[in-house]
Design a protein around this ligand. Structure first.
Ligand SMILES: Cc1cc2nc3c(=O)[nH]c(=O)nc-3n(C[C@H](O)[C@H](O)[C@H](O)COP(=O)(O)OP(=O)(O)OC[C@H]3O[C@@H](n4cnc5c(N)ncnc54)[C@H](O)[C@@H]3O)c2cc1C
Length: 398
């Protein structure tokens, strides 16, 4: 089939590689004039790694990925550790693949490089999708510059404010979650003694939390601080915020977090939106994936990972049924339950990390701390349904 993909983010590029691997011709339209270094740290769990491996991308990220030894939770103010769970060996043994931290730009570049090697010219930058029209057995894809492409399938991988989704489902606004994220990057060597631990560390506190990870092969600390705000700020990877406001939000928290915010060249902010699960992701020759279909809070670190899973499952679903729309229905049926569960899990994680009362803290953190010491498998087991999923095996088995 000839497939046009609107949006060349993580989901769109992964879909291009997966569809190409399944024998389809792909054209990715990315509105940005060029691929730039936007974004920050992403955690990619074993279920996402498996897709990257199947797409042939893992070798390209060997140097830029960081493989944390553990995940941990600490009280934001005192820095006291609530629990620490070994991750490096567990991820490989229990879930069959590594757990990594990587700059979004490094992952994006790796996907784009592999796509260009396999299918030169498949990614077109400076190309903005406008609208589509379904005509007989094809879809006409109109670009804002007046060009029209004819395809068998249009994939809407155009993110939170997806035009493809708006045309398919009707225009509506994403839902402001009441959370805003501060983002900052700081070099490990400059932080010296004030460097946060080289784990995936969640720092919890009253009505806010932060996560520190490592990217650039371990050389840079990535900070995401989620705070509650009644009114939405702007949304996007490039919005620069006031450093003083970020410092005020985390005043009195562990000095290592303050050091990251003070050292970072810029402090970015991002109002966080999501959507209720959609009743469908497809119509005849058009289908959605990634944030266009199921935007979510970052509190399970699964948005990009779910887009990777979507990409593989979509590509493997095509051709399973004689009629395209039946294959798209099979893709939706396979994905909707899981993506919706991750969406709601992300929202409830955010609430759990923001315990305000002493009782809430004791009830939530106490058992976790005990379980991590006495029976860590109890906590690992809670992640099995997310990290243990293998979309490649799942689709082969059908
Ligand atoms: C602070 C923060 C931390 C996060 N941390 C993690 C994490 O640790 N792990 C994880 O898995 N996820 C994480 N996420 C979520 C993750 O970043 C997103 O879920 C993921 O990037 C979605 O990918 P996508 O390809 O669907 O959409 P996007 O990345 O939004 O890509 C959409 C692309 O489409 C292009 N586009 C839009 N409209 C058009 C158009 N009309 N024509 C052509 N192109 C168009 C855009 O320019 C963009 O390149 C985090 C998100 C945030 C905000």
């Amino acid at each position: 089939m000839k497939v046009v993909i609107a949006g060349g983010g993580i989901g769109g590029l992964a879909a291009a590689l997966a569809l190409h691997a399944h024998g389809h011709e792909v054209q990715v339209l990315e509105q940005a004039p060029e691929l730039t270094e936007i974004g920050a740290g992403l955690q990619i769990s074993p279920n996402g790694w498996r897709v990257l491996d199947a797409l042939g991308v893992t070798e390209k990220i060997a140097e830029t990925a960081f493989f944390p030894e553990a995940i941990e939770m600490r009280l934001g103010e005192s820095g006291k550790q609530i629990f620490r769970l070994e991750m490096a060996t567990t991820a490989r043994k229990r879930w069959g693949a590594p757990y990594i931290q990587i700059h979004r730009a490094d992952l994006h570049r790796a996907l784009a490089t592999v796509l260009e090697e396999r299918f030169p010219g498949a990614l077109r930058t400076g190309a903005t999708f406008d609208i589509y029209a379904i005509e007989k057995n094809k879809v006409e894809v109109y670009l804002t510059d007046g060009e029209t492409l004819i395809a068998d399938l249009l994939v809407g991988a155009d993110g939170l404010h997806s035009n493809v989704r708006a045309q398919m489902m009707g225009p509506d606004l994403p839902r402001y979650t009441g959370f805003m994220a501060w983002r900052a990057l700081a070099p490990v060597e400059v932080l010296g003694d004030l460097v946060p631990p080289s784990t995936a560390c969640v720092w919890v506190g009253q009505n806010q939390h932060a996560v520190t990870t490592r990217i650039h092969g371990g050389k840079t600390v990535n900070f995401v601080g989620m705070v509650e705000r009644p009114e939405p700020a702007q949304e996007g990877w490039r919005i620069v915020g006031e450093r003083a406001d970020a410092l005020a939000d985390f005043e009195g928290w562990d000095p290592r977090l303050e050091a990251v915010l003070k050292t970072a060249e810029k402090v970015h902010c991002w109002a966080l939106f999501d959507r209720a699960p959609l009743p469908q992701w497809h119509e005849r020759h058009v289908v959605l994936l990634g944030d266009a279909a199921h935007p979510m809070l970052p509190s399970m670190a699964q948005g990009a990972v779910q887009a990777l899973e979507d990409a593989w499952v979509l590509a493997a679903s095509l051709g399973q049924h004689p009629i395209l729309e039946e294959s798209l229905s099979a893709y939706f049926a396979k994905r909707i339950g899981r993506a919706s569960r991750v969406q709601s899990g992300s929202a409830s994680n955010a609430r759990m990390f923001h315990q305000a009362s002493g009782l809430g803290k004791a009830l939530f953190y106490g058992p976790m701390s005990i379980a991590a010491r006495l029976a860590p498998w109890v906590l690992h087991r809670r992640q099995d349904w997310v990290y243990g999923y293998d979309p490649i095996k799942d689709m082969k088995a059908r």
